[in-house]
Design a protein around this ligand. Structure first.
Ligand SMILES: Cc1cc2nc3c(=O)[nH]c(=O)nc-3n(C[C@H](O)[C@H](O)[C@H](O)COP(=O)(O)OP(=O)(O)OC[C@H]3O[C@@H](n4cnc5c(N)ncnc54)[C@H](O)[C@@H]3O)c2cc1C
Ligand code: HEM
Length: 473
């Protein structure tokens, strides 16, 4: 429990920390990797670090957690989601209704902790590294705040850190318990038994255990981390959604990120490695299945599954589950792809929907990039109606990109429907807003983010979001 003097330390320093949060996060990671270069090489995503995504995410998370504690305990504050949406320097705002605020704050705080716990569980972050983190965070705060880093302020931030650490450690342990695993049972070796290049640039792998004990069973919607050794010896980790296959097999598909030279973005490290170097008979390391957004634990409401690009993978996993376990479920699948040539797993998608008597499939080929749809529509994210004809001049592909979007007005949607979204973040933000306008309650619209989640799916983009890897989907 945070004491009132610690709370005072947090509250009085929050505006200055908010102003300097980005610098604190950048300095923190520099100090951390200065002492432990192996963490950058073997645990953190080097591309996300190089682009400053993880630094930004840490800065926003620290502020959001502090605002929640200050807000919950003194009756003012912003929810985690709102705090994450706000710019790092946004001041703490008063709540109109403390009771509602405190409920929303707690719900949002739970969501943040659960998301971070899943991220950490997927990497195998154990309790041992927290002291190292605390030391470098404290040094980075002290350097940024100078004389304002008083004993009272330091004590407040230390208490917040320890509270977050305890919540994360117990949530990670809970993730492992749910998977029937002990902490430390994290990485396994998996053998590649099939490999196929799908569509233009998707590499599909089938994995089985490389030893006598089968890979753990997974639930539809879950993902696992795959760790590979790159040419320079780094052991980089990425997550991939798990989907159907015979028992004891995992199937994953990775879209190869070719890079965007005009934006200075190099090719994705792991996806290109999977394409160029991973063959049948090779072994990769895999984490346990992770992820609490699974279709089997929810009600039996009619479903709408909306995907774009490689966002098809969790949808295929859910359809495979429904075809085996709940084939009578009413399911509408909407899939967006740039061109038919890029449409990976189309035959699998069609076969799975055909196996559901009440399944419907609609595919839209946008012809331009999916980012075009996203870019064109960010203007109207907050109030987007149906996914209507976009302003093509705003398209990342330039004027003339042709889009053929599915009009949600023609899709059967009721407040009872449950929707799962997966695709580029701006795409999901637009579709989510449109679904809500069409009467689907916000809490029944779920989404999978294929990378650091900066909260912009559920809120209007503040312009802080940088181009995400999956915008290339
Ligand atoms: C829960 C979850 C499920 C997922 N499921 C899937 C899935 O089923 N299929 C799928 O394809 N993906 C999935 N992903 C995404 C996947 O984990 C990877 O992010 C994706 O494959 C890209 O990895 P990469 O190593 O190829 O690219 P990265 O190397 O991570 O590159 C990402 C971005 O960073 C840039 N970059 C890389 N190196 C540098 C550098 N040195 N300097 C500056 N910029 C750099 C790249 O240009 C790119 O824009 C999922 C992610 C999550 C979190
Ligand atoms: C209270 C302490 C901590 C906080 C608040 C925290 C916060 C975060 C945040 C905000 C992210 C980005 C989330 C995302 O990518 O969606 C992250 C990712 C990560 N964290 Fe932590 N973290 C903490 C402790 C630790 C510790 C002790 C380690 C041990 C090394 C660690 C390792 C990682 C790794 C490896 C990732 C990146 C995953 C990736 O690159 O894909 N974290 N953490």
């Amino acid at each position: 429990m945070i004491t009132s003097s610690q709370l005072t330390g947090l509250r009085t320093s929050l505006p200055l920390v908010a102003e300097r949060a980005d610098a604190i996060a950048v300095d923190f990671y520099a100090r951390l990797f200065g002492e432990r270069p192996d963490l950058l090489r073997d645990q953190f995503n080097r591309g996300d670090q190089a682009q400053g995504r993880q630094q930004r995410e840490l800065a926003l998370t620290m502020l959001a957690l502090a605002r929640d504690v200050v807000g919950t305990q003194v009756g003012v504050g912003r929810s985690v989601a709102r705090g994450r949406e706000a710019s790092a320097s946004t001041a703490v705002a008063p709540w109109s209704s403390p009771a509602a605020a405190s409920w929303e704050v707690r719900a949002a705080a739970r969501e943040t902790t659960s998301r971070l716990a899943q991220r950490h569980a997927a990497i195998g972050v154990g309790p041992d590294e927290y002291d190292l983190f605390a030391r470098h965070l404290s040094a980075a705060f002290a350097a940024a705040l100078g004389p304002a880093w008083t004993d009272e302020v330091a004590d407040g931030w230390r208490a917040l850190y320890e509270q977050t650490r305890d919540e994360l450690v117990s949530s990670v342990a809970a993730v492992y318990r749910r998977a029937d695993l002990e902490p430390g049972d994290d990485w396994r070796e998996a053998l590649v038994t099939e490999r196929r290049v799908e569509a233009e640039d998707v590499v599909a792998l089938t994995l089985v255990s490389a030893d006598s004990e089968a890979l753990p069973a997974y639930r539809a919607g879950q993902f696992a981390s795959i760790q590979v050794t790159l040419a320079d010896g780094a052991r980089q980790i990425r997550q991939y959604s798990l989907r159907g296959g015979a028992d004891e097999q995992w199937r994953v598909s990775a879209r190869v990120l070719t890079g965007v030279p005009e934006l200075g973005l190099p090719p994705g490290e792991v996806s290109n490695h999977l394409l160029a170097h991973v063959q049948v008979g090779d072994v990769v390391s895999v984490s346990p299945p992770i992820g609490s957004l699974t279709v089997d634990e929810l009600d039996d409401a009619p479903l709408v599954l909306v995907s774009a690009g490689i966002g098809c993978t969790p949808v295929l996993g859910m359809l495979d589950h429904l075809a085996r376990v709940d084939p009578d479920r009413e399911v509408t699948v909407l899939h967006f792809e740039r061109t038919p040539e890029r449409h990976a797993h189309r035959a699998e998608l069609e076969a799975l929907v055909a196996a559901l008597p009440r399944g419907r499939l609609r595919v839209s080929y946008t012809q331009g990039s999916l980012s075009a749809l996203s870019a064109a529509s960010t203007v109207g994210v907050a109030g987007a109606g149906a996914i209507g004809p976009p302003d093509v001049d705003a398209s990342l592909d330039g004027a003339g990109a042709y889009l053929d979007p599915i009009d949600l007005g023609t899709v059967d949607l009721t407040p009872q429907h449950r929707v799962f979204l997966c695709g580029p973040v701006p795409f999901m933000a637009i579709v989510r807003a449109a679904l809500i306008e069409h009467g689907v309650p916000a809490e029944r619209v779920h989404h999978f983010v294929f990378g650091p989640d900066d909260g912009s799916v559920t809120r209007t983009d503040t312009g802080q979001r940088r181009r995400s890897a999956l915008d290339e989907a």
